[in-house]
Design a protein around this ligand. Sequence first.
Ligand SMILES: [Ca+2]
Ligand SMILES: [Ca+2]
Length: 278
Amino acid sequence: MKKNLWLVFVLIVFVLIGVGCNKNVKEQTIKPSGDIIENKKSNNEELDVTNISGEEINYNTKERYNAFYKVINDYNENSKWPDGQTVYRLGTSYDEDQDAFAIIDIDGDNKDELIIRHSDATMAEMLLMIYDYNNSKDEIIEEYMGSPFSTFYKNGFIRRDVSHNQGKAFEFMWPHALEKYDEQKDTYVEFAYVDGWDKSFDEMFPDYIREGEKFPVEVDKDGNGGVYQLFEASGEEGKYLDDSEFEDWMNKNVGTLEEMTIPYLLFTNENIVSIKNK
Ligand SMILES: [Ca+2]
Ligand SMILES: [Ca+2]
């Protein structure tokens, strides 16, 4: 169990520094041919989606869907991610654990993205990838790497739950990262990390509490036995907030969370071909 706690700690640190898992590829552009180009600057072709005459540019072209089709097909047929890495599958027979894909304007920039949900994997290797397409360069762009435990909201926020909750949050809440769509960078950036402390954890697992440490009773004003721990920047200590204080912070900084439904499709021939003919 001590080992498990260390794992949780390591996981939190990883989330905070923005490394989701072993597929550590950030902000790269990938040519359909498989060449990867470092892309430290913005992925955005043009922030202004209108041309000189003021007409809206349509980025959802045949080329975009064709590039997505190639990615989907390569993933399905050759078990290859766009960056050339191999897709490892467990071979599940349950529908809800199958890999799936979706095409949707997930970030609200008027361009459709390709989402690949890799659920047919061990918990640690599950992935949710978002790919964009650069029309002018004919390139697939990796916009986001998260996990199937990510929830997308209409205001550009993502809540990414950690895969295991084995820390002090215990039964009070589920630790998660909050990420936010950055229009300038055309990618999602870290916003905050939310953990918690369940008072009953101290009694249940006294061995895991560091010396001199105890549940912050003074913060738990509503007395429900739980407090939130909020990290607004990586590396900071994290401040404890009671339920209503955390709620205020959420209202002020995150706003109303309306969940987006992602129209996932399984990797059947029919579904794959439908993208080609889009
Ligand atoms: Ca979009
Ligand atoms: Ca409380």
